[in-house]
Design a protein. Structure first.
Length: 70
């Protein structure tokens, strides 16, 4: 998940000029590149299989426990 200004930049679909500006800004500024890379990696860990599977299992169990067996 890209968060604008935190782990990258977002542009409107088809706005090639803005995409180009943002890409050049990142490529010309190593500190921003490093910050975005670090932040993107940290954001990605939220979706690690060891983190997300227990979350989904808990949701499924909650739903199953609410079902009425006829």
């Amino acid at each position: 998940v890209n968060i604008h200004g935190v782990s990258g930049f977002l542009s409107n679909v088809g706005d090639v000029e803005d995409m180009t500006k943002n890409a050049l800004h990142i490529l010309q500024n190593e500190e921003i590149l490093k910050t975005f890379k670090d932040n993107a990696r940290a954001e990605a860990t939220k979706f690690d299989i060891h983190t997300i599977v227990p979350y989904y299992e808990a949701i499924y169990m909650h739903v199953l426990n609410k079902l009425t067996i006829v």
